[in-house]
Ligand binder design. Structure first.
Ligand code: SAM
Ligand code: SF4
Length: 326
């Protein structure tokens, strides 16, 4: 069976394995964020069961995310189980801090591509943006991932106009020198933050290309990928320079993805509250995969057609990206 929303086959899920994180990035969570009690979070077995149900429904790509997926105790068990499913892609989004410990195991479990978040190469700025992180941890994580030989490693950088926009050319140089890809992301208004104004910090992808332009020649890539990033290349280099532009270049029309939060909510859209409670089904009817699949199929029919992010009003979505599963 295939699951469709509008004319799009849903073949990609983001599975959040925890809402916890060792960093507290300023755009992603508040300084005093409290995490969910353990009993509310899906167990490792439930995570695998949900992944399996989606694959039986035709999903061929799973990205494991969080919170920080690699701080979840026993998480490699989930990768090992998901790695046995007939998937085209098993991928991971991580802040990189635990990669020196887990890179080899992840590769062995079948993870081929990983995304690592890195917003700046300046150690003081890194500490300011992540509140608790050390730049060197992430640089070591990138190195560990390269050493075990993942097919592609992509950096994700959320760019804030007055905080790290000036560092964008340096990040471009870093990915070119290290044979990495990068996506620059416009900040999304998820959850309420007090440290900066999302409207004042907004930096559009077009503005970023203007910042990069004088230093690097950017040519649009002919063969784009199916995801939300629009890619460019610097002639003579393999690195892909991507831009994810939820505000300035809305990509809802081609969205073929849904998310499962760490507490088992099937979220149909990042920018809307439409959701179904998969954990409730799993716990009320353990082992009943057909019922789980029927719930998923039914939920997909309410996938909204687009988000309506508005930088100037209070966030309409009170969930932070870390609890949604970014
Ligand atoms: N902890 C992992 C990490 O940082 O890569 C995985 C989870 S994190 C929520 C996934 C992605 O969401 C990261 O690339 C992060 O930069 C991005 N993100 C978090 N909050 C965001 C926001 N408000 N707007 C845009 N992207 C955001
Ligand atoms: Fe943690 Fe990732 Fe959110 Fe940063 S973006 S606080 S690393 S979940």
């Amino acid at each position: 069976m295939l699951i469709d929303a509008f004319d799009r086959k849903i073949d990609y899920i983001r599975l959040s394995v925890t809402d916890r994180c060792d960093f507290r990035c300023v755009y992603c969570m508040s300084e005093d964020m409290t995490f969910m009690p353990r009993a509310q979070v899906l167990t490792l077995e439930e995570l695998t069961e949900i992944g399996t149900a989606f694959v039986e429904l035709g999903v061929s790509k799973i990205r494991v995310t969080g919170g920080e997926p690699l701080v979840r105790k026993g998480v490699t068990q989930v990768f090992k189980q998901l790695g046995k499913l007939p998937l085209k892609e098993l991928t991971l989004t991580t802040n990189g801090s635990q990669l020196p410990k887990y890179a080899a195991e992840l590769k062995a479990a079948g993870v081929k591509r990983i995304n690592i978040s890195l917003d700046t190469l300046n150690p003081a700025k890194f500490r300011e943006l992540t509140r608790t992180g050390e730049l060197q941890q992430v640089l070591d994580g990138i190195k560990a991932a390269q050493d075990v030989g993942f097919e592609r490693i992509k950096l994700n950088a959320v760019i804030l106009k007055n905080r790290n926009a000036v560092e964008v050319p340096e990040l471009v140089q870093f990915v070119l020198d290290n044979h990495l890809d990068i996506s620059f992301i416009e900040e999304m208004p998820l959850g309420s933050i007090v440290e900066h104004s999302r409207a004042l910090e907004f930096c559009s992808s077009a503005d970023l290309r203007d910042i990069i332009g004088p230093k690097f020649k950017l040519e649009p890539l002919q063969a784009q990928t199916a995801g939300p990033s629009r890619y460019w290349q610097v002639p003579g280099y393999h690195s892909r320079i991507g831009f994810i532009s939820p505000h300035s270049e809305n990509f809802c029309a081609s969205c073929n993805r849904v998310r499962v939060s760490a507490e088992g909510k099937l979220l149909l859209c990042l920018g809307n509250e439409h959701a179904a409670d998969l954990k409730a089904i799993l716990r009320a009817h353990p082992g009943d995969r057909e019922r789980l699949k029927a719930t998923i199929v039914q939920a997909i029919t309410i996938k909204p057609e687009r988000h309506h992010f508005d930088l100037n009003s209070e966030p309409q979505i009170v969930r932070f990206m870390s609890s949604t599963g970014g």
